[in-house]
Write a protein of this length. Structure first.
Length: 344
């Protein structure tokens, strides 16, 4: 079967469909409709099809928690009954306090816009958590600095953000203006998918409304940051997929005030590359980079090429990741997964 001759391919591509998903189709599945999950609620799913929004039906063995906004699914054309979910190209997920399974945030995203504002919300340590999550998920992170019009000089925020990870893109904007659309255009073209994450009140909903060119009736509700503690008010309560005016798609997410790291070792290695690249050159293989002789990481701190605070944050996240990442124990064929430690 030559899948590339499918007449629906070009229109599906504008929804984010790619060869990655095409390759997953069996010969007997061509009659099924291919739709993309737009919202996930406790008891129902909606999706975006070539012809517009549709409500999906689930067979008894499936639950809504099995799906993330951005997923691609095969459905019956007549009643939109879900047949199966296709494998994801990328998946953003997080561990929440007390939960046995991770919370699915968004699937099949190309770029993660990590949104923070030029005020007291700006927190390098929290931004590093988002970056580790993005790196592990297999999506490209971009730091988006909002409320740039409310400060005299944004250069300090830009420098701090750019220093968090090598080759990290940082964009400064006023989310209410058309200039924001231009600034983010490289990641928002036809068929591309971005997701917005960040604390409440930093301007995610405002940015969504601008990117999607929503009318006053369609606009997502917005809320500012309280002056007393710089905490934001929750205005977005669920994840949802929206079309961007330039042809791409954006997934809006509720604000996150806490973000635990778990099973993100590869993401941390990318985030703290300047540390992980020095570590193999330490005298001792199990060097903790604290006080051992011949530690190349400590030597970098002494000569000023590595920030001691950066090392401290690496150590904290590495320990938290180790404690929160489940381990597999037991004999082959009878393995059990258990938590190693306590979440922080």
């Amino acid at each position: 079967m030559n899948k590339n001759t499918d007449p629906a391919s070009s229109s599906l591509a504008s929804l984010g469909w790619s060869q990655f998903f095409d390759d997953q189709l069996d010969a007997d599945e061509t009659a099924y409709a291919r739709v993309r999950i737009a919202t996930v609620h406790r008891s129902r799913l909606t999706a975006q099809s070539e012809d517009g929004p549709v409500k999906l039906s689930l067979p008894g063995q499936m639950g809504t928690t099995d799906f993330a906004v951005g997923d691609w699914v095969l459905v019956e054309p007549q009643d939109h009954m879900v047949i199966r979910r296709l494998e994801r190209q990328s998946l953003l997920q997080r561990q929440t306090m007390g939960a046995r399974v991770r919370q699915l945030i968004a699937a099949n995203i190309d770029t993660l816009f990590i949104v923070t504002s030029c005020n007291d919300d700006f927190n390098p340590a929290r931004l590093e958590r988002y970056l580790a999550l993005a790196n592990e998920a297999g999506t490209d992170p971009v730091i988006v600095l909002t409320k740039a019009d409310q400060v005299e000089d944004v250069s300090n925020y830009e420098e701090q953000a750019a220093a968090l990870q090598r080759d990290l893109s940082v964009v400064t904007l006023n989310a209410k203006t058309q200039a924001a659309v231009t600034a983010l255009a490289p990641w928002c073209g036809v068929g591309q998918t971005v997701a917005l994450v960040g604390s409440s009140g930093v301007g995610k909903s405002t940015l969504l409304n601008t990117l999607a060119a929503k009318s006053e009736e369609e606009a997502q509700p917005t809320g500012g940051i309280r002056e007393g503690d710089a905490k934001g008010r929750h205005t977005t309560t669920s994840r949802s997929l929206h079309e961007i005016a330039s042809g791409g798609w954006v997934i809006d997410t509720p604000g996150m005030r806490t973000l635990h790291v778990s099973d993100v070792s590869a993401g941390l290695d990318v985030l703290f590359a300047e540390i992980t690249e020095l570590a193999p050159h330490c005298r001792f293989r199990d060097c903790t980079h604290m006080h051992e002789p011949g530690c190349m990481v400590q030597a970098a701190i002494k000569d000023g090429t590595l920030d001691a605070e950066r090392l401290g944050r690496w150590r904290k996240l590495s320990e938290e990741n180790r404690d929160n990442t489940p381990t597999t124990t037991g004999a082959r064929g009878n393995k059990k997964t258990q938590a190693r430690g306590k979440r922080r």
